[in-house]
Write a new protein. Sequence first.
Length: 222
Amino acid sequence: MTRHAKPKKPLSKATSALIEQLRRKHGTRDLAKRFLIVCEDSKSAPNYFKALKKHFNLTAASIQVADSGAHTQPNQFVRRAIEMKNAASDDDGTEPFDHVWCVIDGDFGKEKISRARLTAEANDIKLAISTQCFEYWVLLHFEECDTSHLKCDAVISVLKKKHLPKYAKGTCDFSEIVKSVHIACERAMRLRKPGLARGDLPEVQNPCSEVYKLIDAILASP
C-alpha cells in the first residue's frame, strides 16, 4: 500500500518574515536608489568602494563603481560620469542611476575643480573631494588628523608610517579598513570647516574630505 505524503502547510506570515529577515542579514540587498561612483584613479578609490559595497552586503545593481577611463582632468571625470549616466538612461533595459558621484582629489586646485563643479551641477552630479587626496580619507579611518600636507605623497607617507606599512595604490585590501567607515565619517564632519578664512570649498581647505557625504547618501537609501 502506497502512502501519500501529506501536503506541506503554508508558512505562517511570522515565519516567512523571519526567513526574509535572515536572508537579508546574511545575503546581499538592493538599495531603493541606484548609485554610480566614478573615481579619479583606477586603484585605491575603486577598491575602497568595492570593499564598502561588500561590507554593507549591497548588490552590484545598487552601486556601480567605475574608474576615470584613463582621463586625467577633473572635468573629464565628470564628463565620463555624464556619459555613463546617459547610457544607463537609454531604452536598453539598463536601470537608470538615481545618484551619480565623482570622487576627486583636491590637489588639482581650485580652478580645475571649479570647472568640473560647474559641469557636474548642470548635470545633477555630486563631487566627493578629498584634499590633498583620497588617502586622507583612508587616514581618517585610523586617526583624526588636522595636519596640512603639501602633496599626496606626504599623506601616503603618514599612512604607511603609522598605520599601513605595506600600503600601495591598487594592492591595499580595504575589507578591514571599511569597518571603521562610521568613525571616519564622524571625523571628516568634525574637521570640515566651511566658512573659515581658509575657504568654503573642500579643495581650498587642507586637509579635508567630503567622502562622508557620499557615504551618508548611500546609508540614507533604504
